[in-house]
Structures are given as structure tokens and as C-alpha cells.
Design a protein around this ligand. Sequence first.
Ligand code: HEM
Length: 537
Amino acid sequence: KQLAPQPENTKTQSLAPHTADAAGEQMNTNTGLPINDDQNSLKAGDRGPSLLEDFLFREKMTHFDHERIPERVVHARGSGAHGVFKLYKPLTEYTKAAFLNNTDVETPVFVRFSTVAGSRGSTDLARDVRGFAAKFYTTEGNFDLVGNNMPVFFIQDAVKFPDLVHAVKPEPDNEIPQAASAHDTFWDFISLMPESAHMIMWAMSDRAIPRSYRMMEGFGVHTFRLINAEGKASFVKFHWKPLLGVHSVAWDEAQNISGKDPDFHRRDLWDAIESGNFPEYELGLQIIPEEDEFKYDFDLLDSTKLVPEELVPVQRVGKLTLNRNPDNFFAETEQIAYHIGHVVPGIDFTNDPLLQGRLFSYTDTQLTRLGGPNFQEIPINRPIVPVHNNQRDGFMRQTINRGKTSYNPNSLSGNDPQQVKESAGGFVSYRERIEARKERLRNKSFFDHFSQARLFFNSQSDPEKNHIVDALTFELGKVKTIAIRERMLGILVQIDKDLATQVAYGLGLHLPDVLPTNQSIPADGNPADYQSVQVDG
Ligand code: HEM
């Protein structure tokens, strides 16, 4: 029974013509032929055989045979909801983005929460990072904030992402385990990548086992840019702050719940919205003046670092309310295509090498996952503004473009789409001056892998610290290769000696035993240096 009102907005109106409600309608084929018998296939005689001629059977079975599409290569397990975003105060000083300037507008949003490592049918309460992706359907096109529930990431450079994911995902010979962390390949990789130390602290903390999607923060992770109408840029970190606060379950509870209800978070989100108990999150911004780019002892372009809120407070600038469940999981939650490259005028990128790589990856994977170049025409992906350009054809094209010309410039057509001047809202990339040598390297400003890991560990209360120790002991206890456990202790000791000592104790190892391995890890070296230490050693 539907208890909550079903609010309308410009996006739900745009979806309406694509929805179907069959109640009381006659059953027919995809070509509209009324169906008389959907119970029996066409047979020769009373007891068969079935006839190839049976086009009704063939149509039904062929469609069924092709119902599945590839799951997302990461974040396969997810749950979505519609909502609206309302701005508290105009941000004209920082950005010209229309949806961040007008407090009267309610911007439609579709959010998808997810785990990262498990497959589509895996349990919600795995110890894992959670995705928090939001698509804002603005009057200037879609803006996607594709974030996680942790403010940092495992790696600094996108070129390591396939390695990270190959290590995190179930091992290739036996597809075990679904859990993100408890296996040799994951900890092997992590123990060889000191840059993951900070993220590992978050991933082994209570943040990795949220009580509910309604009680989870979200972070854009990278430093982005805001640009105002005068062309002045500021750096920005995006945050979501849940109005219910941040809550987690204990690991024992997580394991119990996973056994009893693998849909725990999905059910919680659905039921809350059905009962009118709408999840709410405030959008937070940490705004950093461009002049302050080099003010900190970490690099703003390094996604393994956060900007401490004590240094740059989070301003709460608006509220997202999730107020409607999807009508159809596949059509909406599964087919939605997020991409951090979906920006609007007034929001732009930085040179964070992780962000830069993501700009390639999302569209690329969606071309396969959603079957070709026309996936932006799928109703959930369409912007609320009409689309006009010279892109044409391809598998599953929906739009019937009129006219003879699909090129620009042309002198034949009176109605081809026109480029939009910057002053009229046309997107112009931020005019950043680049003077550089082309080189494959990592800047020294990315080398301190342990200070913020330590800061995070020390920011935890005693029970929370104990949970981190327990999590590491539990997860590393599943690792079969003792050298990997020892190498991890070598990483942990550089974060906090007590932490390493307790984990070592739990694993039945003595810290002194592992110090020689530890000493071979350059305290501030990058992974490339580390590899060479290994090879030479
Ligand atoms: C999903 C790539 C880092 C958040 C995905 C997908 C890919 C991908 C290929 C599947 C998309 C789809 O099938 O539609 C990458 C690469 C990364 C990276 C190459 C780094 C180089 C990150 C980071 C975050 C993040 C740092 C968080 C800030 C997400 C989320 C989803 C996702 C939330 C799920 C989106 C959804 O719900 O559909 N990523 N990712 N990713 N990624 Fe990333």
C-alpha cells in the first residue's frame, strides 16, 4: 500500500510518458497483436512436437533470453531513489551554476547508493566502501556528484584502478570471496601500496558498516572547481551530511544481519520512503580560495588526503530529500549512468590524476554496460532540457531527427543547433594556465602516506579504535600468506605503533619479527620506489 504522497517534479513528468501500467489492459505482443493463449505453445498434434512457427513463443522466449545486461564492473549492488534538492542561499559569489544560485528552484535528483566490491546479488552489510551517487537534473543539463561515504580513496592515480579492483574483487580461480577485504589478493595489493594507508583506516572503521543509507555521509572525494560569472575560480570539496547523523552497526551485528536479510539497507531505504519518512541530507561545501592552493602540507590534487574540517569548515548550502521510490528497479536504478564528467557551467575539474582518469572510465564502461552510444536517451538518463546536436544513429536510436543536415557548419539547413556563447550559458572549460613537461611521474607532494592515516586513527574514540583493531585482526586473520600479514604490520606500524602492536598480538605475530620488512618500505616513497626496493632486495 502506498502511504507516502508521490511528489511530482520536472523529472518525474519527463518519465511519465515512458511508464506503463497494464491494469485491465488486453495482453498483446510487442507488435500489438492481441494474445489469445499465453499458456500453451503451438504443437503438432496433442503431444507435440512444438513448432518453430510459433512466433508468440519465440518472441516471449527471445526477450527473456536477453533480459540480463552486464552488471557494473564496480558498485554492482545498489539501491536508488528519486528526490529533490533545495538551495538554502545563493552561491553566486562562488559559482554561476544556476541550480546553486536560485533558492526558489527544486532540482530533481536521482540517488543511487551502492557497495563497491560485491556482485549485484551480494549482501548490503559487507564491510566495504559505499557509493553515494547523485544526478541533479538541472535547467543547464545533468550534474552528477559521484561520491563515496568516505572522503578519501585507495590510490592516487587512475592508472592503478584496474589493479585495485582486480585485487578487491573475488579471486579469479574460484570467485571467492564476495567480501571486499578478507582475502590474500586484496591485502597483498594494499600491503604493497603505502598510499592506501589512510583509506584502509576508514575502510576498517565503523564507516564501512553503516546502519542505514539514511545515516551515511557522502563525499565527492576529489577537489573540484567552482567558477563564478566573473570567471573567478575556487577549489571545492563536496559533502553530504545526513540529518539523522552518522551511525554504524557492530561487526557481529553486520554478520548476523547479512545472514538474515541481505537486503537490509535496500529494504530500510525503500520502507522509509514508502512510509513518508524521507531521508534528508545537507549538501556541504568546503571552499578553498585559489590563492591557498599550496597552503597545506598535503596536495589538494591527492585523493588520499582530505581537507580537515578544522582548517576549512563545511558550509551547509542546501538540502536533498529523497521522497519517491523508483517505479522499476531495472529501468531506473540499473540503467542510470552516472559520470563525474557530467558538469554544468560553474563547476569544473582539477588535475587530480584520479579524477582525470575517471573522466575517461565512466562513459567507456557504459558503452558496453548499456549497449551502445545511445544510453543517454534512456528515460532515467535524459536531461530535463531538450537535446539538440549532430550526433546520429547507432544501436537503439530513439530520437527521430528531422532535416537533411547533421553537420556544422552548414549552409543548407535553417534549423541546425547553434553553439551557445559563454555569456549566454555555453560551457567553457576553466582557463587554467599549464606550463609543464610531459612526464610519467608522481609529485613528491603526494608522498606522505601516513600523517592523515594517523590523524584519522587518533580522531577515533577508544571503542572505535578497538573496532579498527578488531577489523584488521579479523580481515588479516583470513589472509593465508603470512608474509602479507607481516607486510601489513609494516604499514600499520608507520600509522600507529599501538595499533600495529595490538593487531600483531591478535594475529599471533610479534612486531619485532616484522620490523626488517617494515624497514624496507620507504616512509614517504611512492609505490614505484617500493617495488624497486623489493626487486633489489
Ligand atoms: C562506479 C570507475 C574511483 C564512485 C564506477 C564504474 C566505473 C568506475 C567503471 C561503473 C560505472 C557504470 O557501470 O555505470 C572508477 C575509476 C576510478 C573510480 C576508474 C578511479 C580511477 C571512484 C571514486 C569514487 C567512485 C574515487 C568516489 C568518489 C563511484 C560510484 C559508482 C562508481 C558511486 C557507482 C555509480 C552508480 O551508482 O551507478 N566507477 N571509479 N569511483 N564509482 Fe567509480
